[in-house]
Design a protein around this ligand. Structure first.
Ligand code: ADP
Ligand code: MG
Length: 398
């Protein structure tokens, strides 16, 4: 998708007030009626309607009259709220080219006032599989009201919390800088996804680094659960950086052993099939695979050494990302994986996708970078986008 941040410059304070009002309205309305936007925004003399027209023109709001008349945020509308907040915190001042398209995220290069470059990940849970997930009975049951806004926000909060903790514990992950809504601001890594690599100078060394990383994570109480060539970046010097944390689980998870082995096997398969390095056939390797039993024992020893419950999985609960959030996200991710297995690729006709396609008409050229300053104070009042999009209540619609 294209993110034309130049539009930010044309939006007034009132426009953002209205955009935020829609976000707030979406907490308990799938579509937010005009009257509600009007009253939340508190603008006088039909100001809300004027802003709605501007926001619609820039594809930041979507109007829907299917069931009842109302408005909701588009991906871009939500992006703008997060970006504006990061700008007003002084962390970024410009958005540049897109550097990654994940399954359920978009990643952009962003800069700050000092010209430093970072990576901004915008989570888009539901982009590829929401409809399929929604159609699954078990998921639909209690959670049918969960919106992509809410899930994406949870994913970003979790990713930020894990990245920060891992970075602080010396793991090779990007530096976690900030989080707002569905956005995670992090250090830019100058390396390529390992999936793009076919030959390595020192495959055995890189292979062992992967296995050590899996073991070290486990010793800290964590399993990545998507530890593969797509989420490992490798530099010219063949140093690794691990990314992508929304699906991580604790080593106390019910399926921990299976998840741990799956991570290990992904790497064994990649090296055997794509790099032409078969770990089993290398007599110089000190070990071929770390065992789950050893990893679990190491985690227990580490926890005991720190006076019990010392693992990162436990420490992370203090970050605001709590057990019930983990449960919601896990349920979604599991349903998404299942749904993915069942549906064919051509079926990704999510409504939001259609919207994004529409949104691209007339948008700026790819690679256009915009620079925008949030010149306004931190009022903290309704209508300001500096907040974090509020708490993580359940039951949001959308
Ligand atoms: P997803 O959750 O959608 O898979 P990822 O976090 O794996 O998203 O990122 C997708 C791609 O974006 C990566 O494969 C990589 O190319 C790029 N990317 C992500 N984070 C960074 C970063 N910090 N520095 C450089 N490139 C990154
Ligand atoms: Mg990924």
């Amino acid at each position: 998708m294209k993110l034309d941040v130049n539009v930010l410059r044309y939006l007034s304070k009132d426009d953002f007030r209205v955009l935020t009002a829609v976000e707030m309205g979406q907490k308990n309305h799938e579509l937010v009626p005009l009257e509600l936007i009007d009253s939340i925004s508190g603008l006088k003399h039909g100001g809300a309607f004027k802003s709605i027209k501007t926001l619609m023109r820039h594809k930041l709001l979507h109007h829907d009259g299917k069931h009842y008349d109302g408005y909701r945020l588009t991906y871009m509308g939500y992006d703008f709220l997060a970006i504006r907040a990061l700008v007003s915190r002084g962390h970024i001042s410009g958005v540049g080219r897109q550097i990654g398209v994940g399954k359920e995220s978009d990643i952009f290069e962003v800069t700050n006032d000092d010209g430093e470059v970072f990576a901004l990940k915008l989570h888009r849970l539901g982009r590829t599989s929401f409809r399929a997930v929604k159609s699954k009975r078990d998921y639909l049951g209690r959670r049918q009201n969960f919106s992509w806004l809410y899930l994406s926000r949870l994913a970003a909060l979790k990713e930020f919390a894990f990245m920060k903790a891992l970075y602080e514990h010396g793991f090779p992950v990007p530096q976690a800088i900030d989080n707002n809504r569905h956005a995670v601001l992090m250090g830019l890594v100058h390396a390529r996804p390992m999936v793009q690599i076919r030959t390595m100078a020192h495959p055995a060394r890189v292979y062992l680094s992967c296995m050590e990383l899996i073991s070290r994570l486990a010793a800290k109480g964590l399993i990545h659960c998507d530890f593969n060539e797509f989420n490992l970046l490798i530099s010219e010097e063949e140093e690794l950086t691990l990314i992508d944390f929304p699906q991580m689980v604790s080593i106390t998870h019910a399926n921990a052993e299976e998840l741990f082995s799956r991570d290990v096997e992904c790497i064994v398969r990649f090296f055997s099939k794509k790099i032409g390095y078969v770990p089993e056939l290398d007599p110089s390797l000190p070990y071929v695979r770390p065992s789950y039993a050893d990893a679990a024992a190491a985690a227990a020893a580490e926890a005991a050494a720190e006076g019990g419950g010392g693992g990162l999985d436990v420490a992370l609960e203090a970050s605001g990302f709590q057990r019930q959030h983990q449960k919601v996200l896990e349920e979604y991710l599991e349903a998404a994986v299942e749904a993915e297995g069942e549906s064919s690729e051509g079926e990704e006709d999510d409504e939001e996708e259609e919207e994004e396609a529409e949104g691209e008409e007339g948008a700026a050229e790819e690679g256009t970078s915009g620079r925008w300053r949030g010149g306004e104070g931190r009022g903290g009042e309704v209508g300001e986008a500096e907040g974090d999009g509020e708490g993580l209540e359940e039951g949001e619609e959308g």
